[in-house]
Design a protein around this ligand. Structure first.
Ligand code: NAD
Length: 365
């Protein structure tokens, strides 16, 4: 019998090769008249060129870094306030999208970004429009109400409806320049979203459908996109799968692999996707149950063990770090404590306390 659920997805999604070329028409359609672009340095020259071409683009902050810092948000907010922007367009990987989302949410408030980050002020009732344009196939941030922002060494995930984009433009051609290593990291991030959305304690049937399809597509396309970044079919399939991955965890949220990714990124500086992948195959084995077996058969695998092996093989192919010894000197006690304390750990179907985490990490020595 079908179980009860509540499902909603408010983002208008424009998907397809070449869609980004219609940015001007899409901005008209959305009534966006004064837009500030937030992007990283790989896209900054193109964003400046767009500003020359489209009247609706009035400013560019081109300094978003990986694991975006609050300082980049402060600069974007200053620009938005000065230019009286009505929209922030994030163009780039998750770092640029999350910068745009946070800046749009706080620009119209009285306070400084740090006060909202610390939670000492509630987010303002009014916000700017957010348009998210992913250029990596990974985070799914274009369809989530999450913004992940760092302040110094602290990396914080803030989950709030104020971050939900109004629209997403997913154009696979934008990902054709992503280097192989980032292709693998981000592709495995998308796989982690789909699997974690599926096995999250808050899983629900519509999200499950998208998770299964995302896993199927990623397993058949990630290696090709990694080997040959100019393969349009593989890039398009990965862009679609990453979008589905985002949709599949947007409501259920992620679980243990994402919980562990935070200490692994903060203390050992792994990029987000690599940090999620570090424990993903271990967790497939730990979380193996009838539901996960069903997913494996639905995507054409024999069983959960084959899924774990496929993930390990992709990690090895991409040259990702897979053993604790690859991380330098590891404080295992602190790592287990920090992972266990992360709120996303509570979504994992199998209870992962410090002892269980220690057993998992010991096997990765
Ligand atoms: P990223 O945005 O940090 O980008 C990685 C690198 O790739 C950067 O150097 C960037 O300039 C470069 N790059 C991006 N697109 C490119 C392109 N088309 N060609 C060449 N280079 C390109 O990486 P990411 O993995 O996309 O995002 C990671 C961030 O997103 C982390 O901070 C993570 O915590 C966050 N995240 C957010 C959500 C969410 O729902 N908000 C979900 C997952 C992850």
């Amino acid at each position: 019998m079908a179980s009860d659920f509540v499902y909603s997805q408010p983002v208008r999604i424009y998907f397809g090769e070449g869609k980004f070329a219609s940015l001007g028409e899409i901005l008209d359609e959305l009534g966006a008249k004064r837009c500030v672009v937030a992007c990283g340095k790989h896209f900054a020259p193109e964003a400046e060129a767009l500003r020359g071409r489209l009247d609706a683009i009035v400013g560019v902050f081109g300094g978003v870094e990986q694991n975006p810092q609050l300082s980049g948000i402060e600069e974007t907010v200053r620009l938005c306030r000065k230019l009286q922007a009505d929209t922030v367009i994030g163009i780039g990987g998750g770092s640029s999208l999350d910068t745009a989302k946070f800046a749009a949410a706080v620009t119209l408030g009285e306070g400084e970004p740090l006060e909202y980050y610390r939670g000492v002020r509630p987010f303002p009732a009014e916000r700017l429009n957010i348009i998210a344009v992913p250029t990596t196939a990974g985070t799914g941030s274009e369809v989530t109400q999450v913004s992940v922002v760092s302040h110094g060494t602290e990396k914080k995930t803030i989950n709030n409806p104020v971050f939900m984009p109004r629209a997403a433009i997913v154009d696979p051609l934008l990902s054709s320049t992503v280097p192989p290593r980032t292709t693998m990291n981000t592709g495995l991030d998308a796989l982690a979203h789909a699997l974690e959305g599926y096995w999250s304690r808050n899983h629900q049937p519509i999200s499950d459908l998208m998770a299964i399809e995302a896993v199927r597509i990623i397993l058949s396309n990630l290696e090709t996109a990694w080997r040959d970044g100019s393969n349009r079919e593989a890039r398009a399939n990965m862009a679609y799968a990453a979008l589905l991955g985002g949709l599949s965890f947007a409501l259920p949220k992620t679980a243990a692999s994402h919980a562990c990714s935070y200490p692994l990124s903060e203390d050992y500086h792994l990029p987000h996707g690599e940090a999620c992948a570090f424990t993903l195959d271990s967790l497939v084995r730990i979380n193996a149950d009838e539901r996960l077996e069903y997913l494996c058969r639905a995507v054409g695998l024999k069983d959960t063990e084959e899924l774990a092996q496929r993930i390990a093989a992709l990690k090895a192919l991409g040259g990702l770090r897979t053993r604790l010894s690859d991380l330098g000197e590891v404080d295992l006690g602190k790592l287990c404590r920090d992972c266990a304390a992360h709120p996303l750990m509570n979504n994992n179907p199998v209870r992962m306390d410090e002892d269980a985490l220690r057993r998992m990490f010991e096997a990765l020595k």
